[in-house]
Design a protein around this ligand. Structure first.
Ligand SMILES: [Zn+2]
Ligand SMILES: [Zn+2]
Length: 172
């Protein structure tokens, strides 16, 4: 069966928030082989959520939960509520040290491309200059120390409309 594609996280199956595991989804009760392991904020924590129940919003609805922190979406006041909810309730999260932040551009949530290290960001430094400045670290330090799984992790986003890259930096 074709896996659902997430508009705001097109590489969701490659960023370590799903694992191959046979089981029954707590939401749709179907036999599935892909379990969501990313963050899910709810009172009652489901044990097994499948990608389909994320995509159609059933998991968020049934457990009254969020996959991504609604409050963590940048410039939310400029963006249609429906799009914000698509990020918080119908988009898989990512692996992070702190509460996730979702970057936006052109009044829309960006899509998450994936984790980024110094090598990944080098060719697009100009585009993400403001983000680096805003991080409080200097550019050389970032290029040298940013990694995809260390204590200073880069998250590369891209605007849905103008294709500009954005970078979020998280540290432990
Ligand atoms: Zn399901
Ligand atoms: Zn843009």
């Amino acid at each position: 069966m074709e896996l659902p594609i997430f508009k705001y996280s097109p590489n969701a199956y490659r960023i370590n928030v799903f694992e191959n595991e046979e089981g029954i989804c707590d939401c749709c009760n179907e036999n599935r082989s892909l379990r969501y392991t990313g963050s899910f904020y709810s009172e009652e924590e489901p044990d097994y959520i499948c990608p389909w129940c994320i995509e159609n919003g059933k998991a968020a609805e049934m457990f009254e939960g969020e996959l991504n922190d609604y409050e963590g979406i940048e410039n939310a006041e400029l963006i249609d509520k429906e799009l914000l909810l698509e990020v918080s309730e119908r988009t898989p999260s990512y692996v992070s040290w702190q509460q996730e932040v979702w970057l936006t551009h052109c009044n829309e949530p960006c899509k998450l491309i994936g984790y980024a290290d110094g090598k990944v960001i080098k060719p697009i430094l100009e585009e993400i200059e403001d983000d680096i400045e805003g991080s409080g670290y200097d550019k050389e330090f970032i290029i040298e120390n940013l990694s995809v799984d260390g204590s200073l992790v880069g998250y590369l986003f891209q605007c849905q409309k103008c294709n500009k890259h954005r970078l979020h930096i998280d540290c432990d």
